[in-house]
Write a protein that binds this ligand. Structure first.
Ligand SMILES: [Zn+2]
Length: 110
């Protein structure tokens, strides 16, 4: 085998490797794209879910305080949220807010 033929063979092998890498990169890109599409789809589903729950909330009769039967008002502390009795008899929070409050409380205790 002459040196020229050896070089040609080396070139061919190099081409094959490059083709393999391209194939691998293409597959990986496709998988990434697929994942991004799924994520976008999940976001869309989550958006319509939260939109539905907002509409459900709006269609619900106003929540009233079990103590004084007055309509609950939105908590002015936006960082906590929730609905409170205007007479301060009690409050209604979503579970996530309650969990956050308990978590903050646990961490603020010395
Ligand atoms: Zn009340």
């Amino acid at each position: 085998m002459s040196n020229g033929e050896k070089d040609k063979l080396g070139e061919k092998l190099h081409d094959v490797e490059a083709a393999r890498e391209n194939e691998w990169a293409r597959k990986r890109d496709q998988e990434l794209l697929e994942k991004m599409r799924e994520a976008a789809h999940d976001n869309e589903a989550a958006r319509s879910r939260s939109q539905a729950s907002i509409e459900k909330l709006h269609n619900q009769p106003a929540a009233v305080c079990p103590e004084c039967k007055q309509e609950l008002v939105p908590n002015t502390d936006r960082s906590v949220g929730g609905m409170i009795c205007p007479q301060r008899h009690g409050a209604w929070f979503g579970w996530d807010a309650v969990a956050k409050i308990m978590n903050d409380f646990a961490h603020s205790k010395k």
